[in-house]
Write a protein that binds this ligand. Structure first.
Ligand code: NOJ
Length: 741
């Protein structure tokens, strides 16, 4: 009796909650309609217009008086405005417009706000979805408290070309991992939902296929098959829609000849049609106007027409909409309904955020003060930074460092703070909060006890300071070398044709190694770099990316073993630029070259270099070691409705407690279209004490076996599948096969 009463109550509550959510949605829709009815055509177009503030992240047009345009209702959103005072001041101007429609404030909150988190590629190396979500959550808490409504993140572009500077902004090369990280970031930014004062709108970008820019050159064209588009590049965007991303940004590139901004197939057919996306799409910076340079449209008038028809709702900085949309309606070239749809999508979000109730809701000085000075955020950042570090090499277990040794820290990044912030840092140029590597290490060894020399600058060609660095190294028991890229060597418009460690840094590494002192190299960068000599000769290497505010502390934690590194590479590291694009899930070809053979005798390889990468996708060491054993499949066959349980034992066989990311790869041996040599289909990250074993389970289902066939149908074809479980894509420890019937 009591039980059924409880059940009734539960059902009633569920009904009321879903009823009120439904009712709320309805009310918002009604309110959007009622606002729309009051708007003139010019005011509607105004909602689709977005300008930057004085602070620019792209080329700015000096035209017009923005304040006046806001008062006239000719602007729906501003980007690059932040802080309680500035957002409030701008919103006050919007409140002087006839309809008092609040402005949306957007910003590139890519990896943290005041507390700078590791660059997204570094975070991806953690393979820790909870931690990644939490990082985005904190960025949102801080940004929202500072008046920001909307972040232009996550970037979910799959990236297989490390020359492309924007690899730093994404989750790397793998679609499966990329989907999970896309979801985690959207959830983190949007928290418990729009309308909460600690949530910002996420923006999945750059739709679509921007990561495949030819030659790794930013803004470049993309030419790819529909199958690759659907199978490799689109899924993280779909994952972002599924996670509830409020907005999308289109991209600068053309895709197979049609600029993404004017691409109705992408925006109307796929995003708003097939996927049912209800949010709005913002153009990338000036990308509507840039369709003229692409040679896709004749002028801005045609650009506006092509973009609105294709489903771009908001014009970032090209002024094409504000100048032409109303005229296009008057000329009968586009229907007003097209504009209404875009306006409704934007107003809907302004309502959901609660801006119509209180336009200043997010500009709160007390909340800002508290959120931006929260020591808990720093602690979480430090942990995220440690999780992002990848141990590439550790010969003779020279790491972790034992105490009592005389340490020299040498290199151009050792004392750097700016570079720890990385590209796309909101905090930059204020680096006062950053813990440099020198500071982090000095705290550990004691003030005045850490030896230091710069050795050379990041891009230097002069060896003038080598002698001092060698002298310092000779005084030490162990040398830590801090090398890598400057913060603006990876990022937007930072493509590089040469991705070696810049300048003469590798020569400095050689010179220090020649002293005979044990050396640990820290590589700080926004992308996979090439450093073959170092990889072959330095006994220990940590890839430390750009780790953010707590970089120095996090690196010290790892060097001294307070944290056992567990990061795994989210991108393949090439031996040379000539191997690029390079990725683990390639097709086999009819004449595959052996991984280790340089002589490609009528084989698909190189005559001057092996085809294998320097460090493979999924690779990363630990201070401990792991054994994989006892692989069991619940069955060696399944039908398409069935599943197979895969289990194996993972044992920590070393001296330290540590985490391993156990990875499951599959290969469809024979299919109607050729399949990659392996594809990541699942993984688990788990902590084991020394000597401890745990049984890990993976479930194989139809979804994991499916792919797009030649008709772009998502199918699983009967046949044999290879199952591989390993510590990286190249370090497969357990193997079996099964049949799909
Ligand atoms: C251009 C970039 O491609 C995009 O990612 C960014 O959000 C906008 N500029 C705004 O800064």
């Amino acid at each position: 009796m009591l039980k059924s009463k409880h059940l009734m109550l539960l059902l009633l509550c569920t009904f009321l909650v879903s009823f009120s959510a439904e009712a709320q949605k309805k009310t918002i829709e009604q309110r959007v309609d009622s606002v729309l009815k009051l708007m003139t055509l010019d005011e509607k177009v105004g909602q689709l217009n977005q300008y930057t503030s004085a602070w620019a992240t792209g080329p700015v047009s000096p035209e017009g008086n923005k304040i006046q345009e806001i008062k006239e209702g000719r602007l729906g959103s501003l980007l690059n405005v932040k802080g309680f005072d500035k957002t409030r001041a701008m919103q006050e101007v919007a409140m002087q417009s006839r309809l008092k429609i609040p402005l949306l404030f957007g910003l590139d909150v890519i990896h943290g706000y005041k507390t700078t988190f590791p660059i997204p590629l570094a975070e991806a190396a953690s393979w820790d979805l909870g931690a990644i979500e939490q990082g985005a959550r904190i960025a949102a808490v801080e940004a929202a408290a500072s008046g920001v409504h909307w972040t232009f993140a996550p970037m979910v572009d799959i990236a297989r070309d490390p020359r492309w500077g924007r690899v730093m902004e994404g989750a790397g090369e793998d679609t499966y991992l990329g989907c999970l990280i896309a979801k985690a970031r959207v959830k983190g930014f949007q928290g418990k939902g729009l309308g909460n004062t600690d949530a910002v709108m996420a923006c999945a970008k750059h739709f679509a296929a921007y990561g495949a820019a030819i030659g790794g050159r930013d803004y470049n064209s993309v030419d790819m098959s529909d199958r690759t588009l659907w199978e490799v590049y689109l899924p993280p965007f779909k994952a972002a829609v599924d996670a509830g991303a409020a907005t999308f940004m289109n991209s600068f590139n053309d895709l197979n000849g049609v600029p993404a901004t004017g691409n109705a197939y992408l925006q109307r057919d796929i995003l708003k049609g097939k996927w049912g996306f209800k949010g709005f799409v913002v153009s990338d910076w000036g990308s509507i106007g840039e369709m003229i340079q692409h040679g896709f449209v004749k002028d801005n008038y045609e650009a506006a027409q092509a973009a609105i028809k294709a489903g771009s709702d908001m014009d970032m900085e090209s002024r094409s909409y504000i100048k032409n949309l109303a005229q296009l309606v008057k000329d009968g070239k586009i229907s007003e309904a097209l504009i209404d749809d875009a306006v409704k999508r934007i107003l809907q979000k302004k309502f959901e955020l609660g801006l119509f109730e209180d336009p200043y809701k997010f500009s709160n000085p007390d909340r800002e003060k508290q959120a931006l000075n929260n020591p808990e955020h720093r602690a979480i950042e430090r942990d995220m930074a440690r999780k992002s570090i990848v141990l590439l090499k550790n010969e003779n277990n020279i790491l972790p460092l034992s105490s009592g040794k005389k340490i020299a820290l040498i290199g151009p990044l050792a004392k750097s703070k700016d570079d720890m912030l990385g590209f796309w840092s909101v905090a930059w140029p204020d680096n006062s909060d950053v813990i440099s590597q020198f500071e982090g290490l000095e705290k550990r060894v004691g003030k005045g006890k850490l030896l230091y020399a710069k050795g050379c600058g990041i891009s230097d060609s002069s060896k003038a300071d080598f002698a001092e660095a060698i002298a310092v190294a000779l005084k030490a028991d162990i040398v830590i070398l801090s090398m890598g890229e400057k913060r603006d060597m990876s990022g937007e418009a930072k493509s590089r044709s040469n991705i070696h460690i810049p300048g003469i840094q590798e020569e400095l590494i050689k010179a220090i190694c020649e002293t005979g002192k044990p050396v640990v190299v820290l590589i700080n960068a926004g992308r996979p770099l090439v450093f073959n000599w170092t990889a072959d000769h330095a006994p220990a290497i940590l890839y430390t990316w750009w780790l953010g505010s707590e970089a120095g502390n996090a690196i010290a934690d790892v060097l001294f073993g307070d944290y056992n590194p567990a990061g795994k590479l989210p991108m393949t590291f090439p031996r040379s630029e000539g191997q690029v694009p390079i990725y683990y899930n390639y097709m086999n070809t009819g004449r595959p070259a052996a991984d280790n053979g340089t002589f490609a005798n009528y084989r698909s390889g190189y005559i001057d270099m092996v085809k294998s990468p320097k460090f493979p996708f999924g690779y990363g060491l630990s201070y401990t070691s792991f054994k994989y054993s006892d692989l069991k499949l619940s069955s060696s066959q399944m039908d398409s409705n069935g599943t197979i349980d895969v289990s194996f034992t993972l044992t920590n066989t070393g001296k330290y407690a540590g985490e391993e990311v156990a990875q499951l790869y599959l290969r469809d041996q024979v299919a109607s279209v050729v399949r990659p040599v392996k594809e990541l289909k699942d993984f688990q990250k788990l902590m084991l004490k020394p000597g401890e074993s745990k049984i890990i389970h993976f479930t194989i289902d139809k979804q994991k076996l499916s792919f797009y066939n030649n008709k772009l149908e998502w199918v699983a074809e009967p046949g044999t599948f290879d199952l591989m479980i390993g510590s990286s894509s190249a370090d497969i420890r357990l193997k079996d096969k099964f049949e799909l019937q």
